[in-house]
Design a protein around this ligand. Structure first.
Ligand SMILES: [Zn+2]
Length: 570
């Protein structure tokens, strides 16, 4: 059975905005998707209206799921619980506070579970928990992504501790979807609190939120009474939570179907790369003798040139369909690391890169490309998503190093980098890294444990900055050029050492002189590397990567490379 939303029949002629008290003509209110055209206030949508808004052409098929609300405690407050349920049913036309359906979103199939705040405040009763769980089980059986739209005041007190148990039940259902590699998307609407916030609303792979939507475990009033302080107005809003790494994206109502559709399509296309014809010529140089010798210090200066394309530049040119995901879900959203879903030569990938900038203002905003622990943890979160969805990981390295600050240390910078090294070595999807500029020390390696590590011709990669090395070993920062040469940081040396597998030839004058040629080189090189890895099984991909890094320092490889470097050069 297919349902289409009833259009304007029950629309009042005028609506009074609850935010600014402006009267808005009913048709205009509806056209504006129940967002006040005067003050921008988002007002709640019924579950039916929300479903119709999210699915293509407003068509959805309600799931026939069996979940009855009981009165397990025989609960009576001012009225018996069954009377409250009956009243909510009569008023909303819903059986419970969630409506589950199948539909297509942006062309991709989805199972949707949409909460309705009008039904007992969207409280998480046993039937709500059961319906969410059953919807997740349908998604699991059909391997179809699950989209959950939440709106809830929290647990349903009338069902006592059995309401609490729904948090664990739904969390387990989402865990099974993680194990099966089925994408889950949460859309947080205002308000989402308590047991719903602390279970399925925040356990999804991607957390979207409506502008201004509030999400939290404890409510503002409870917190203010406990700490005896007044909280700022933006506390617990989607905007507040995005800055703190909890929410990926804030999506206006008019764009929700498009954005969710893009997420679903990326997951649907995972693991099915379009067969691309092999190019006429290799995209990278693999023989160091084919690269010109270059002065190391000059290369360091070129690698830091502010005109070079940054990660975001490549995301706009070499990649398509970039959808940035924000936050580490723990402490923040580091601006020095950007990442998300994108396509490269048509195939979906997870892409993560360090971001500098071209101007002083951009550099300051991006902390000069020096990530905080939250940057490495955001990267880790995105790599786990790639592993779950079987998407290749592409990382772009461009950093002077991890941020050397007190707050970074307090938040465990060393641990964040170490955990990334271990995580990357255990991924069973393909990982390709391109050093696009500066590869600074552990801060670079924290994104660079890849099956294939490539570098642009003027990129450098080093254990320490030339200045730092000069200050420590020469006791003279002015010895930086000598240190750069001694450290062998140039692409040619890195290729000889086997630290990079291929070098991307730069346009005349460097990547900054011809960004579109640089983007083309990067796209071709990454596509070629991914094509080479396509034949490997998940276990082989992991073994290949571990083997690649296992060889460094083993007598037969590196020492012979070093000897060849000191021998005659052709
Ligand atoms: Zn208003």
């Amino acid at each position: 059975m297919t349902q289409t939303v009833e259009r304007t029949l029950e629309e009042p002629r005028w609506v009074l905005c609850p935010g600014c008290a402006t009267p808005v003509y009913g048709r205009r209110w509806q056209r504006n998707l129940h967002v006040c055209p005067e003050c921008g206030r988002y007002t709640p949508l019924s579950a039916r209206r929300r479903l119709a808004l999210l699915v293509d052409d407003g068509h959805y098929e309600p799931l026939d799921l069996d979940a009855r609300s009981e009165d397990p405690l025989g609960f009576v407050d001012t009225v018996p619980y069954p009377a409250r349920l009956a009243e909510a049913r009569a008023r909303t036309g819903l059986h419970e506070a969630v409506l589950c359906a199948r539909g297509r979103v942006g062309g991709a199939p989805a199972v949707l579970a949409v909460m309705d705040f009008r039904f007992l405040g969207g409280s998480l009763g046993s039937a709500v928990g059961e319906l969410i769980t059953l919807a997740a089980e349908v998604a699991l059986a059909e391997r179809t992504p699950l989209v959950i739209v939440s709106a809830s005041g929290g647990a349903r007190m009338q069902e006592g501790v059995l309401s609490l148990m729904q948090m664990a039940k739904t969390a387990a259902a989402l865990g099974q979807l993680d194990e099966a590699g089925v994408l889950t998307v949460s859309l947080v609407t205002d308000p989402t609190y308590g047991g719903v916030a602390a279970s399925f609303a925040t356990l999804c792979d991607v957390i979207l939120a409506e502008p201004g939507a509030r999400l939290g475990f404890a409510g503002r009033r409870v917190i203010e009474q406990t700490i005896r302080e007044k909280l700022p107005p933006e506390f617990q809003t989607a905007e507040f939570l995005r800055e703190r790494g909890v929410v990926d994206r804030i999506v206006p109502r008019a764009r929700q179907r498009t954005e969710i559709g893009r997420l679903l399509r990326a997951a649907a296309d995972a693991g099915t790369p379009e067969p691309a014809p092999a190019p006429d010529a290799a995209a990278t140089v693999r023989d160091p003798h084919r690269l010109p010798e270059a002065d190391a210090w000059e290369q360091v200066r070129r690698a830091r040139d502010l005109s070079r394309p940054t990660t975001l530049d490549y995301l706009a040119t070499a990649f398509t369909d970039f959808l940035e995901l924000h936050g580490d879900r723990i402490s923040g959203d580091c601006p020095s690391v950007v990442g998300g879903l994108a396509r490269l030569a048509g195939r979906p990938v997870v892409v993560i890169g360090q971001q500098k900038g071209h101007t002083a203002a951009e550099l300051a905003r991006r902390n000069f490309g020096m990530p905080m622990p939250s940057g490495y943890r955001k990267a880790a979160r995105l790599m786990r998503l790639a592993e779950k969805l079987r998407l290749p990981v592409v990382t772009l390295v461009d950093t002077p190093g991890a941020f050397p600050g007190a707050d970074a240390e307090e938040r465990g910078q060393a641990v964040a980098i170490a955990e990334n090294l271990r995580l990357m070595s255990s991924l069973t999807v393909a990982v390709v890294t391109v050093v696009i500029g500066e590869g600074g020390s552990g801060g670079a390696l924290g994104l660079a444990v890849a099956n294939r590590v490539l570098a642009f011709g003027s990129a450098v990669y080093s254990v320490i900055s030339a200045e730092g090395c000069a200050a420590i070993l020469w006791k003279d920062p002015a010895a930086a050029p000598r240190a750069a040469a001694a450290l062998r940081v140039t692409a040619r040396d890195l290729l000889r050492l086997g630290v990079v597998d291929g070098v991307l030839v730069e346009p005349d004058g460097g990547t900054g002189a011809d960004p579109s040629a640089a983007a083309d080189a990067l796209r071709r090189a990454v596509a070629e590397a991914l094509r080479e890895l396509d034949g490997l099984t998940p276990a082989q991909l992991r073994a290949d990567r571990r083997g690649r890094f296992r060889q460094y320092g083993s007598a037969l490889t590196v020492e012979s490379e070093l000897r060849s470097m000191t021998g005659p050069r052709r």
